[in-house]
Write a protein that binds this ligand. Structure first.
Ligand code: HEM
Length: 479
């Protein structure tokens, strides 16, 4: 074998039930778009937004709009596009159905990407009637794309295998939340259109929590519950084990949604408080059951184990975020007011950076077909694979410290600290983008190496079978 050739070991699992996946590469469009929105939008705004808040750069008057654009880009763009792409790829397989067709997945992608790009640019930067209209058009496109995502997933699950497995219930709940999300996006867009591109704070706040909990949270536990315990040498959980935390999570989302009904301010605040409290119980309780918070992924080959560390860290972050939500939720429910601002911000970013971003990078490497051939490599993971892990750990810790320090340290210094977390996270995502691009570039070569290896093995087997017996061969000396 030449020096520049990559040594490959045989794939991890062989089983007669495993059907080779039909090659559908539209999920790559979702991953690529999620990365684009993250690097050019959400994480870039994460660096500049705190600097605008502290007055270090201009745009002070645009801060509320920048905050909403950042939240929108991160949730609908980075997390939403990734989860939609992977859910549309994985759910039909989990449910024993045919893969979704490109004429469904590609138009949905166009609607979602158009929506998030237009909203992220128009909300903070395009003043006047043009900006108002663009925000409304973005909301219509986003609502259509989100409704289609939820509808297609719901239909797939309803027509699929009916096994009593936890993933199916989380996935159903997730699909239903995607459909509900469409209505909230439209409502937020209509209010923003008539309110200078700004979504009223109670609606915006409720919407962001609902997205963390419902459409994103449920799919996180659907995909994890089916695979992660197995990576770590444990059995997948039984439905009755995850039923209580799963219901708590979704009840939390439902209570927060109910806070938007025409109620008194104190009743709404109390509902949000209880909603955060219940969702916190779910995020704290689910990781040890449906994910993993300890151990080594010894069921994976050594090359894939480094990706499993992201999954472990993500689940530990989920426990931390859950506890922060219980804290913030209890205070708000008790006092019937918007309380614990810093703790809420800490919980939001422990979920956004610690759980979601860590999990995206880890699970992409563990389940996306793009990385299938890299997972089989014998080579040890290099700096590009390890770098994002440590950068994200540092970014999460700094961001969460910055949130909890609200009101306890000099505000400008705190915001500069928060911005530095943004720089670290941006570099982590850029390195992950390099990983994706590298896997994509190497795929044909890796496939060729695998194919040559398999062809050589088959040729050798055929030659052995055809060879006439030599002297001493073909009979048993003892017989
Ligand atoms: C290190 C990276 C990040 C930094 C520096 C950062 C920074 C910020 C800042 C400064 C705010 C405004 C807080 C306030 O003043 O109330 C904010 C809000 C927010 N962030 Fe981040 N963020 C980061 C990553 C993320 C990620 C990965 C997500 C989600 C996946 C996320 C979701 C949100 C949401 C939903 C809001 C609230 C938006 C709203 O109120 O409409 N952030 N972030």
């Amino acid at each position: 074998m030449a020096d520049d050739e990559i040594q490959l070991e045989p794939p991890t699992v062989r089983h007669p039930d495993i059907v080779p996946a039909v090659e559908d590469r539209s999920y790559l469009g979702y991953i690529g778009s999620a990365l684009f929105v993250a690097l050019a939008g959400g994480f870039l705004l994460a660096v500049f937004l705190p600097l605008a808040e502290s007055g270090t750069i201009g745009w002070a008057d645009r801060v509320p709009l920048l905050i909403q654009a950042h939240g929108w880009a991160q949730l609908q763009g980075w997390a939403g596009l990734f989860v939609a792409g992977m859910a549309m790829r994985l759910m039909p397989r989990f449910a024993g159905r045919k893969p979704l067709k490109r004429n469904v997945t590609v138009p949905v992608l166009v609607l979602l990407v158009f929506s998030v790009v237009v909203r992220t640019v128009a909300e903070p930067f395009i003043d006047g009637a043009a900006g108002d209209w663009l925000v409304l058009i973005a909301a219509i496109s986003g609502a259509l794309g989100t409704l289609a995502t939820g509808g297609v997933l719901f239909y797939t699950l309803a027509r699929g295998r009916r096994k009593q497995e936890p993933w199916r219930y989380f996935a159903f709940a997730g699909a239903a939340w995607w459909i509900a999300w469409a209505a909230f996006i439209l409502a937020a867009g209509i209010r923003a259109y008539s309110d200078g591109r700004y979504t009223p704070a109670p609606l915006d706040d409720a919407l962001t929590w609902i997205v963390f909990i419902g459409p994103i949270g449920n799919f996180i536990w659907a995909v994890q519950s089916r695979s992660v315990p197995v990576f770590f040498g444990r059995k997948t959980p039984k439905l009755r084990q995850v039923a209580v935390p799963g219901v708590a999570l979704n009840l939390g989302g439902a209570l927060i949604a109910a806070s938007l009904l025409p109620l008194s301010d104190t009743a709404s605040a109390r509902l949000v408080g209880f909603g955060l409290l219940f969702a916190g119980i779910g995020f704290t309780w689910l990781p040890p059951l449906a994910g993993s918070v300890w151990g080594t992924a010894h069921r994976l080959r050594p090359r894939a184990r480094s990706a499993a560390r992201y999954v472990l860290a993500a689940n530990i972050a989920s426990v931390g975020a859950g506890l922060l939500l219980v804290w913030a939720g209890s205070e708000s429910a008790w006092r019937a007011a918007y309380e614990a601002v810093g703790v809420r911000d800490a919980a939001r970013h422990t979920l956004g950076l610690g759980l979601i971003t860590m999990l995206i990078i880890g699970m992409a490497q563990l389940v996306a077909p793009l990385f299938a051939l890299e997972r089989a490599e014998a080579r040890k993971p290099g700096l590009v694979e390890r770098g994002p892990f440590w950068l994200l750990i540092a970014a999460t810790l700094i961001r969460v410290y910055g949130a909890l320090a609200t009101g306890h340290m000099d505000e400008a210094a705190r915001l500069h600290l928060v911005s530095s977390a943004g720089v670290l996270a941006w570099v982590a995502i850029a390195l992950f983008a390099v990983l994706v691009a590298r896997a994509r570039r190497r795929e044909p070569r890796m496939k060729a190496i695998l194919f040559d290896g398999a062809a050589a093995a088959m040729a050798q087997k055929a030659a052995t079978n055809a060879k006439p017996p030599e002297a001493g061969e073909g009979h048993d000396p003892n017989g």
